[in-house]
Structures are given as structure tokens and as C-alpha cells.
Design a protein around this ligand. Structure first.
Ligand code: NDP
Ligand code: 2IT
Length: 444
């Protein structure tokens, strides 16, 4: 059996009931197969793939907190410190009831290659909890965040592991966590990114993932002699990534006609009103059902449906495996030209293959949404030099990173004879730097 197949089999056997982790590992290992098979004996002797698929450390802990009725609630906290070959662990904290170890491991594994692709010195990690911030009072969220950080603070630090936001973790949660870290450790340092601007946050971090997604989409289209101007775009999600993706798409001349949350979706034929969306989601923390009261011409539908709308470009920005084979078939039948992932692994394996087989340009999340973590690394730089850069400086750096990233993955795909396959290109380009650093550092 080939070395890649051996390791895939053992990852599945040794990490049972973690389908998302298996999916992420399978995608990466299948992509880097040509690199491994050129030198299979050396890779096997060094157990390189066993090392890269085993987290350096995984931490799981109890998070007790008191709700507004005086009852004690108990959640589970996680931090998976996956790979520090190229820098301190870096990656978000997800707060969502679906969180379990397998989901955090898939996200942490993806993060290794994503962070490598940014060209910045950050290793891969991820964390979170099955806590659901939805419907909780600010005090309850604070109580949870303080308890979560009371344990997490033992394992993180500005030069060891720097968490950030992800689903359910935004500016409010980062603020509470930062306050508790500072109180317990007694140091004011850049231990988290996505901080508020008054205490060490970076301008443009809030916008970065969505903006970066559109910068890479524009560069992809440019490489085909096309642009976003005049295109119709469908977006899923209505959170941090989706909101700023919609905003930048509009600035680049596209019309975005959909967004969604976990209960339903909106079709707005005149283009999504970003100011309304921000008020509903960022200020009121309400459901998308409210959108119609701002835009009477729009439609609200319960359930899923974004991918049934005719569009040139699709940007999944909600969560993993939200775009399946039937959705891919509907998009292709409607003439979609490009799919770029704002979320982490939102497209199933079957749907990804269907896009690729049907000539749809497809950029995977580890490349397309890397602008968020890249700007987090820029926040770390600013914290280290105790300075703040202007919005335009950060935005220009972000754009440069995304344009370079596109050409790196495009070149890597070409070098191995997979021109236009950006999944293979992203995985190989991300892997090469990590491999080089791991080899240089010996068996650790
Ligand atoms: P938010 O919590 O701000 O928004 C998430 C959005 O997706 C919400 O509209 C939410 O709806 C919807 N959603 C979440 N889970 C589900 C689900 N299980 N089913 C249906 N809809 C769901 O998160 P972000 O925008 O930050 O993250 C979105 C995606 O982007 C995630 O995959 C994340 O890992 C990825 N990402 C985020 C980065 C960042 O900088 N924030 C960077 C790179 C990637 P509802 O409110 O109803 O739950
Ligand atoms: O998935 C991701 O890249 C993020 N949630 C952002 C991580 C970060 O450290 O900014």
C-alpha cells in the first residue's frame, strides 16, 4: 500500500467518529500525493505524515459558569495546538453547540496550511467550546468567557499561541477573554487578535476575511481576463465573513443577491443592503426575518436555498459542508463560473469534484479565506512594535498577500501538472514551507 494510503487508513482508525477531520486530512493528503510519491521512502522513514496529522498537543477542559437564573452550566473547552513549525500556534475560537474535538481538529489541521500560505510566521491551532452565545445575556457571555479563559490562559501567550475569533466569537467575546487573561497573567500583550481598536486591535481586521476573499476572487477572474464588475453573486451566511464579503463585492461592482443564517435565507433582487444587514446582525443580534422590514422588495425563505439562485459567482461563508452535490448541480446548471470559499470547508468532497469536472474555478477556504488570519498576523506585528497602522496600510498589505497567494497556488498547481486545480495548488504550496521547516528542526 502507498504511504499516503497507509496514513489515511490509520488516521481514520485512530480518530474514530471525527468525519470532518478525516475529510480535511483526506483532501490534503490526496493533494500532496505527487510530492510524497516522488520520495516515498524518505517520507515514510521520517514518519512525516504521521507527525503532520498528529496535533503537537490537544487540551480539553471543563468550563463551568453561572447563568442569569443562578444555575450552574457546564460546557467543554478545547484548544488544539496542531503545528508550530513555522511560528506560534494561531487560529480562531469557535463557540457553537456543534463544536466537538473532531471539528476543532479539522479546523486546526486546515489552519496549518492556510497560515503557511499567508507567507507570515504563524503555526496552526484552533479552539472553542460547545457554548452557544445565541440568546445569552451579555453577563452570561462574560461569565462563560471568563471561565473559559481561566483555564485557557495557562496554555497561550503572545509568543506561544494566539487565538482569535471564529463562528460565535466576535469583538464582544474577544474583549471579555482579553480582560480575563490580563487579570490572571498580569501582562498586557497581544495574546488574542481581533481585539477592539482601543486596546491593541488592528484596523481592517474586522473586514479582513471578507475583503480578502474578494481580493482573491478578483485576481482569479483577472487571470482569466475577466472581473467582478457587473457579476451576480450569491453569498451564504450573515456573519463576520459574509457581511464584509458582500460589502467588498459591491465596491468591486458586483451585485450580491443573497445571504443566509441558520434558520433561513434572503433574496434581494436589488442587491443586499449592507447597512441593514449590519444593524440586524451586529447591533441587534437578531434573525434575518427582520431584513424584510428594511427592504420590502426582498424575499425571506425558511431553510436552505441560496444555491438555487442564478449567479456567476458563489461565495459560501457560513459553515462546513453547507454546499452539497445537489447545490453544486443547481449552481452549475445556472452557469456559475467561480466558487470561492469564505468559510472553512463549506463544500463537500463530492460537490468540489463536480465543480472541478465542470470547468468551474474553485478556490478552497484555506486559500480564499486566509485574509483573516493574515491580518491577525499583521495585528501581532503591530502589537510587537507597539504601533498602529492606518486602515489603508493594513488593507494594502492584505490585498498584496491575497494577490501573491493566488499566484503561489496557481504556480504550485502548474509545477505538478495540475493547472487550474487550486485545491492541489493550495495544499502543495502550503505544505512545502511547513515541510521545509519541519525537516530543518529535526524529529520533534
Ligand atoms: P459568524 O458567527 O460571524 O457567522 C456565522 C454565520 O454562519 C451566521 O450567519 C450563522 O447563522 C451561519 N452559520 C453558522 N453555523 C451554521 C450552521 N451550522 N448552519 C447554518 N448556518 C450556520 O462567523 P464567521 O463569519 O466568523 O465565520 C463563518 C465561516 O468563516 C466559518 O466557517 C469560519 O470558520 C470561517 N472563517 C472565519 C474567519 C474570521 O475571521 N471570522 C476567518 C476565516 C474563516 P446563525 O447566526 O443563525 O448561527
Ligand atoms: O479560520 C480562520 O482562519 C479564523 N477563524 C481566523 C483565525 C485568526 O487567527 O485570525
Amino acid at each position: 500500500m502507498s504511504y499516503v494510503d497507509e496514513v489515511l487508513e490509520s488516521v481514520i482508525a485512530k480518530n474514530p467518529a471525527e468525519p470532518e477531520f478525516h475529510q480535511a486530512v483526506r483532501e490534503v493528503l490526496e493533494s500532496i500525493r505527487p510530492v510524497i510519491e516522488k520520495n516515498e521512502d524518505a517520507f515514510r522513514k521520517d514518519a512525516l505524515l504521521e507527525r503532520i496529522t498528529n496535533p503537537e498537543r490537544q487540551i480539553k477542559f471543563r468550563v463551568p459558569w453561572v447563568d442569569d437564573k443562578g444555575n450552574v452550566q457546564v460546557n467543554t473547552g478545547y484548544r488544539v495546538q496542531f503545528n508550530s513549525a513555522i511560528g506560534p500556534y494561531k487560529g480562531g475560537l469557535r463557540l457553537h453547540p456543534s463544536v466537538n474535538l473532531g471539528i476543532i481538529k479539522f479546523l486546526g489541521f486546515e489552519q496549518i496550511f492556510k497560515n503557511s500560505l499567508t507567507g507570515l510566521p504563524i503555526g496552526g491551532g484552533k479552539g472553542g467550546s460547545d457554548f452557544d452565545p445565541k440568546g445569552k445575556s451579555d453577563r452570561e457571555v462574560m461569565a462563560f468567557c471568563q471561565s473559559f479563559m481561566t483555564e485557557l490562559c495557562k496554555y497561550i501567550g503572545a509568543d506561544t499561541d494566539v487565538p482569535a475569533g471564529d463562528i460565535g466569537t466576535g469583538a464582544r467575546e474577544i474583549g471579555y477573554m482579553f480582560g480575563q487573561y490580563k487579570r490572571l497573567r498580569g501582562v498586557f500583550e497581544g495574546v488574542l487578535t481581533g481585539k477592539g481598536l482601543s486596546y491593541g486591535g488592528s484596523l481592517a481586521r474586522t473586514e479582513a476575511t471578507g475583503y480578502g476573499l474578494l481580493y482573491i476572487t478578483e485576481e482569479l477572474l483577472k487571470s482569466k481576463g475577466d472581473s467582478l464588475n457587473g457579476k451576480t453573486v450569491v453569498v451564504s451566511g450573515a456573519g463576520n465573513v459574509a457581511i464584509y464579503a458582500i460589502q467588498k463585492a459591491q465596491q468591486l461592482g458586483a451585485k450580491v443577491v443573497t445571504c443566509s443564517d441558520s434558520t433561513g435565507w434572503v433574496y434581494d433582487p436589488d442587491g443586499i443592503d449592507v447597512a441593514a444587514l449590519k444593524e440586524i446582525k451586529e447591533v441587534k443580534r437578531a434573525r434575518l426575518t427582520e431584513y424584510k422590514s428594511y427592504r420590502p422588495n426582498s424575499e425571506y425563505h425558511e431553510g436552505k436555498g441560496v444555491w438555487t439562485v442564478k449567479a456567476d459567482i458563489a461565495l459560501p461563508c457560513a459553515t462546513q459542508n453547507e454546499l452539497g452535490i445537489d447545490d453544486a448541480k443547481a449552481l452549475v446548471a445556472n452557469g456559475v463560473k467561480a466558487v470561492c470559499e469564505g468559510a472553512n470547508m463549506p463544500t463537500t468532497e463530492e460537490a468540489t469534484k463536480f465543480f472541478q469536472d465542470n470547468g468551474v474555478f474553485f478556490i478552497p477556504g484555506k486559500a480564499a479565506n486566509a485574509g483573516g488570519v493574515a491580518t491577525s498576523a499583521l495585528e501581532m506585528s503591530q502589537n510587537s512594535e507597539r504601533l498602529s497602522w492606518t486602515f489603508d496600510e493594513v488593507d494594502a498589505k492584505l490585498k498584496g498577500i491575497m494577490v501573491n497567494l493566488f499566484h503561489n497556488i496557481d504556480d504550485a498547481a502548474k509545477r505538478y501538472g495540475f493547472e487550474g486545480n487550486y485545491v492541489v495548488g493550495a495544499n502543495i504550496a502550503g505544505f512545502e514551507k511547513v515541510l521545509d521547516a519541519m525537516n530543518a528542526q529535526g524529529i520533534v
